[in-house]
Design a binder for this molecule. Sequence first.
Ligand SMILES: *Cc1c(COP(=O)(O)O)cnc(C)c1O
Length: 389
Amino acid sequence: MIYLDHQATTPADARVVEAMAPWWTRDFGNAASRTHVYGWRAEAAVEAARETLARAIGAGDPREIIFTSGATESDNLALQGVAHAARARRGGGDHLVTVATEHPAVLDTARALAREGFAVTELPVDPAGFVDPDAVAHAINERTILVSVLWANNEIGVLQPIEAIAAVCRQRGVLFHSDAAQAVGKVPVDVAAAGVDLLSWTAHKLYGPKGIGALRVRSGRPRVRLAPLLYGGGHENGLRSGTLPVPLIVGFAKAVELALADLEAEADRLIALRSRLLARLRAELDGVLVNGDLERRLPGNLNLRFAGIDADALLAALPEVALSTGSACSSARPEPSSVLRALGLPDAEVRASIRLGLGRSTTSEDVDAAADRIIAAVRVQRAQRPHSA
Ligand SMILES: *Cc1c(COP(=O)(O)O)cnc(C)c1O
């Protein structure tokens, strides 16, 4: 098998699993236990991890890091938390701005808030996948409480102009949230330099364990007010009650450390592999088109459409290559990708598209073998449907 679906998830790095090992059995304490060494040790490990995560994204204060179960929860806490805190204040505002190509964790949360009575603006993107910072500025009004824009898209890998959008938000006094689940550990992310107030991310997209994520909530003024999703023991500053999963937190920090230590070299390697893959496909096949901008893009991501091809049938003919047609996150819905539709592609072209996600374990041999199989499968399908090739 060749795994080319690294935007869906990544395997935990062996060094991450090793770092987690003692925290399941020997050092199993509850980080909130104050009366014995088991608790103290667990708490020290959590606080060390919090510091690693804060430093990794340029957050000044480790207390800005709130541990969650993953980016889905972080997105929900950011959007619902800001919205519900604003509703509780007189004149608090009730309008959110987001983008048509967001992850469902943001889009569906925004739509749920709209059903509660909040006003939501979903901005379009251009054919390359970018949102225009001027459109964000036009969408903001005196009732706007939050703008949420994905740092790196999970289907097409496109990197949004985060700093320009943050500058607009700061100038208008509106909070800015970004879902950086695909970005942290792959491209430089610095919340202070970029001017991002709230940032979501997750361990399992960067070779850490599944089930642990974080939300960065800026400290200082103007204060970010959030209502919690979960009530209970008051963990995480009262924003996220529940016993902390210490092994997952230790693994998250280890994964972040490893990804950052190697970020530039790994990005260069993945870009070279991606270019090799694209060049090989284009050398052998006509009608291979890239969805989304190829330059301002995650290093390991390609999203291609093959003229006249049905992508589902193509993947079925490639059982030994793990690929997807879009997002695993919305695979419960059989509709064509809403991200590709937002680029303006007609349904037939959306259905001709596949996502290729290269990652840490991908070699040039993998890329060549995958390309050969894709080329053969496309040729077979085009021979069966000569009218559409
Ligand atoms: C994977 C992903 C999520 C969901 O993260 P989980 O940790 O699986 O909840 C959210 N946003 C983006 C952009 C993602 O790629």
